[in-house]
Write a protein that binds this ligand. Sequence first.
Ligand SMILES: Nc1ncnc2c1ncn2[C@@H]1O[C@H](COP(=O)(O)OP(=O)(O)OP(=O)(O)O)[C@@H](O)[C@H]1O
Length: 261
Amino acid sequence: MTAALALDHAAFGYAGVTRVEDLTFQLPTGAALALIGPNGSGKSTLLRGILGLADRTAGSIRVLDMAPDRARRAVGSLPQADTRDTTLPITLRQVVTMGLYRSRGALGPIGGAGRAAVAAALERVGLAAFAGRRFGELSGGQQQRGILARALVSDPKLLLLDEPFNGLDRENREVLLQLVAELRDEGRTIVVSTHDLEIAREACSHVLLLASGHEPNQPGHPAGFGPLDEALTLAAVQHAFHDATVELDHHTVTTTRETEE
Ligand SMILES: Nc1ncnc2c1ncn2[C@@H]1O[C@H](COP(=O)(O)OP(=O)(O)OP(=O)(O)O)[C@@H](O)[C@H]1O
């Protein structure tokens, strides 16, 4: 079976400056990859590289057996919450509809099938009743679910979720965990960046640990990759979070490093 992601010594960055490097791994189709590492280790940069939105400064990457910009139509993405503009006067339904533009073009008519897909995506994340509400007036957790609906509306084969659990209360967290499990059951491949190792254990089959460079401007690099049960070891987590205290046992995995929220 073709890997959903295949990277060979790939490096990514901005304006020609590498921010994360030496990425060599293959993620099987249908897997859920937890992307774990300290602030600045390059998690978001890798996700942008998968989307073809960060510069590839070395090596190679195939996404769904295509070049990243060709694969983008089949990839849904949920960017970090703090990169969203919630001041725009648009409704939740309009936000979700934007997820169709990628596959149909911004000027093409949405049509009945498109409207049905938007309704189904909203239903799926439990927000059908909020479709006409202004997006900026929704709670943070509802906005998060709305953006997930936007990512799902085009029926993506690969989903990239950048810190989707940040700031969620228990209820929204459970809804999202349940959704990730369902999406996996449907055979979609998922990449989730998170600081929360417990969530990685609950939601994911594989893990990629990233460590930041030893000097501030050095790129991040892998500290471990593989099936979660094998690769999420104390040594690999300590390597990734080299200045943090880490505890790991059969039931819990925690790091004491504070995240910059
Ligand atoms: N658009 C950009 N232009 C230039 N440099 C960037 C850009 N975005 C991120 N960087 C830099 O790339 C490095 C990696 O950042 P990135 O956001 O990928 O890390 P991260 O692991 O996702 O961190 P966090 O957990 O804080 O989100 C950082 O040094 C950051 O300053």
